[in-house]
Ligand binder design. Sequence first.
Ligand code: SF4
Ligand code: SF4
Length: 469
Amino acid sequence: MRFSKFAHIYECIYADESYYLIRHSLTNKLFFFNEAEFKKLISSLKNKEETKETKELSNHHFLVPNAYKEKKFAEFIKEKYNLNKFELEIIYLIFNTDCNMKCKYCYVEGSKEKSFSHQSMDEETFNSLMEYLKKLIEYQKKKNPNKEKLVFIYYGSEPLMSKDLLARSLSEISKVCSKNKIVPDFQLITNGTLLDENIVKEIKKFKVGVSISLDGNEAVNDAMRIYKDNQGTYKDIISAINLLDSFEVPFGISCTIGPHNIDILKENVEEFIKINTKSIGFNILLNSRYEKNFSMSLNKINDKLIEASSLANQKGYYEDRVQRKVRAFNGRTRFKDCGGVGNQLVFFPNGDISTCEAYLCNRESKVGNIKNTDISEIEKNKVVDYWTKRYPLNMEECLLCPSIGVCGGGCPFNAETISKNGIYERDKPFCVHTDKILSWLLKKSVEEEIGQKDPYIRDISYMYSQNFP
Ligand code: SF4
Ligand code: SF4
């Protein structure tokens, strides 16, 4: 008998007493022991005595036979959750590669191939795409009659550069979905500056979820988010928000963290609530392939992000970036963090199909084109399969990571951009993000369980990595 390599033992030390927390890194299950209980547990293991505790730890795969193979358990989890199979949940629609702004940190523009010229979807491609989506939705429903929902994300560069196509596609897709008894969940990710009454009416009619990018107050936002003529965008974003408000269209704010707003993230939460946002999302800057990236302390980014997300949460606003990890830690294990890893297809303006929206201006993750890709072949497509399997349980370096059950593997695009060695490299800034959040969650659980603040927590699994006799 021995502890599984997925069982992590943490010593939680206060000035005059210690506690022990044992956590299964894959299932996120955890057990607390006080000093006496933990000593008793180790003694029972050494003496081969079966107790209520050893039985329970065995039932939850913390204690395993000496010949146990951790990889086999990982295989079981993959099978159980069908993780190596493509399952379409999200469709990205990008009608235009261009934008009316030139934010200083834009990774799409910064990852543009030199030879790439901007594309805008023409009438013929739009009609072919609508026909393609019709067949794709029918195919999905036939394959899985229980499928009830598909998410459609309008994304860019800036999706409102093609308002007419956006409005027409909402209507066409709604009809096809209704015929197939699928509820479309439309989402628009926009800089907001091109919103007008007509498009807001369409947004309202089709219940489109709107996410507006805003990084803070006028000075902060306009330090990064500017028009092509260098003018600030803040005033126009606020007008757009007022317009949405006047039509009673709910919206969320998407805030990108950078050197310009890192010190005011908590103030941002208060500001965003004041302007009537329904949700708050923080984005961590992705690296650009060809432009110089902003260098920031990963410690600082994550500490500030956790503070701001907690504040939003306390005030009743869900902030997904951190809270998705809180949910995983509390039992909803997160094996994949990126839709591109087996759950989404992205359609570009020239009809190209991709796994990831970040390849808008360079097409390295190209799956095919709507003109020549058979819908029934998509799941067997080599690029789709390669992406679908890119998650920590399939990555040698990740398998025994203590954070694996809350991680999801971060952003393959970022991993490739930083490493220049393909998407199966780790997204290392994301490892820091996950590790910091796990440490914070462990500390919070100990504080809640013991009722005392600020324990020192160290991983002492190495002390018990041997087999018990
Ligand atoms: S690779 Fe990154 S940018 Fe692309 S879909 Fe995944 S998380 Fe998004
Ligand atoms: S990506 Fe990093 S944090 Fe996530 S499981 Fe792999 S090593 Fe751990």
